[in-house]
Design a protein. Sequence first.
Length: 317
Amino acid sequence: MLEMHNVKAALLGLAVGDALGVPVEFSSRSKMKKNPVTGMREHGTWNQPIGTWSDDTSLTVAAMDSITRLKKLDKVDVMKNFVRWLRDNEFTANDDAFDCGNTTGAAIDNFIFGATPETCGMRNESSNGNGSLMRILPAVFYAYEKATTDEEALQIVHEFSALTHAHEVSQMACGIYYLICAQILDGKNLKDAIHNGLKQAEEFYSKQQKFLNATETFSRLFKENFAALPEDAIRSSGYVVATLEAVIWCVLNTDDYKSLLLTAVNLGGDTDTVGAIAGGIGGLAYGLQQIPADWLNVLKRRDYLESLAEKFFLAIN
Ligand SMILES: [Mg+2]
């Protein structure tokens, strides 16, 4: 069952993970080993104040704002909010929209120039960055509350990914994330939720002609020994498959929110997005009480995020 504290913990968990990763985004793993992140930092890659979150949180918030206002998922309105983010710096930590990915930027441009939400997303194989997975949480909650079957829920999540990332691999990454989150909301502990969610995903997608190639692309995740892979085998790049693998590997190899997030960010690479996605799932599973207070205390616009999470829950519940 979805409760208000779930939405709050997931959104704050995501924003905290994003903000932990922002100062070290693009740092190599060897560089992270020499100077590992142990808490919130300032400056770094984007020269931002401490606790600043980036596009990952902004686009999540932009979607939540739209669903909250309209009490439904209206794709045109969500895309309009994405435009307000990119053009007008709305839904940002410090009045500055930064870190926009190529595929997201191209889709927003397509929408500005008249494409519909069904056609503005990029669908080629090279458009499989992690830009839809990092903002999928509002659609996950919406689908969990509103859909009556897994098929219907996955359809909602796939279409929400496709606003910017329409390739099957990106859609499937979001679908896998949905199935895992749904298991957590159903009351499973995090490790069981991952196990069951991955099993459901493999069963569902391997039967869909449209997703056969994508299922092959994710095959490593479905292997029993995935968690035992050495760190060297885990990339933490912006490719959505590498990002989702990194998040799930970190979840399976840690037992609490703080270790999960520090493990995720210290992999280096696309640190803010790996942190954001791990933080969303970690917040949802471990709860708000596990997010370190000294991280929350410096998070930009924490009150706004908490209040939006509450309003969003009431709007969809
Ligand atoms: Mg970012």
